[in-house]
Design a protein. Sequence first.
Length: 339
Amino acid sequence: MGLEKQNTTPLVSIIIPIYKVQDYLDDCIKSIVGQTHTNLEIILVDDGSPDGCGAMCDEWAKRDARVMALHKDNGGLSDARNYGLDHAHGDYVAFVDSDDRVEPQLVQDALHSLTEHNAQIVVYQYRFLYPNGDLAPDPGSTSFPAGQLCSAQKALEYIWQDRVQNFSWTIFAELSLYDGIRFPKGRLVEDMATTYRLFHAARAVYFLGEELIQYRVRSDSILSNSNHNIITDMAKNISEIDSFASHYYSDMVVIERNWAIRYITTDYLWLYQMKGELKLDTYHKLRHALVDQMHQEIADIGWKSVSRHNKLKVLAIKMRLMPLFARISAMRSGRASSF
């Protein structure tokens, strides 16, 4: 069972959704139980994992009183995160993916930053953990607004400028911010559908310039495998964020729509890479839907307001120059993938 709140230090809930990661799970949990801030509620959510993860969760709960092992039928990553939130009692909450590792001072440093700057959210950076054990910084980290305390609007601007990513596992927040906010069940790229809502709800967001997560690079991850649902789910996320920006931040619509165009073109590139694995009619249906959505984004702000990089990508798509488009995308992102 998890610990009750203590008067001396804040209770922090760490939620770990778990599915088919028995080769990595112990490594992940060890990095969490070894945190320098010890008042933790470690919530292991076994999402109907068919391997040995369920038994591993129970064993950890026996070994450490701070660990809570929860078991549920498989419902996907969003459902597992929501289940963890529904059982969390902490003052603050953080998510950790079950194949990743965290630095021992993650909770301590995030808590210190949050209280020192009177923020409700702290966003930290990460490093890539490769199969050979090597660690490397995120190439996009050079634009991360390290050390900045921002309003919700400024934090959203940083997302839409691609200076900050949407990853839920880089966010340390007051648990109360999740009141009324949950991850969309069954949807891929679920972080994109949630992070902007958290930022909008926050009084202030602090960007901590420390690499506190070791993100494990795996060939069998969701983003590394062909799944055409990621195409439709990302498009749906973008459409929802468009409506949100138009309603709440009309003065940032040009910035947000350019962000949307970048991600729709990324979506298009992913679809192109899946072409040989999809039925031809499915491929053409998805392609036409993305092109229509891209045209609507452009119409919303006008061609003159589209960024130079986006214009190049759009033209590459219209002229069906996909190898050129892939190179443009790689140069723009500076990452191993086009995400």
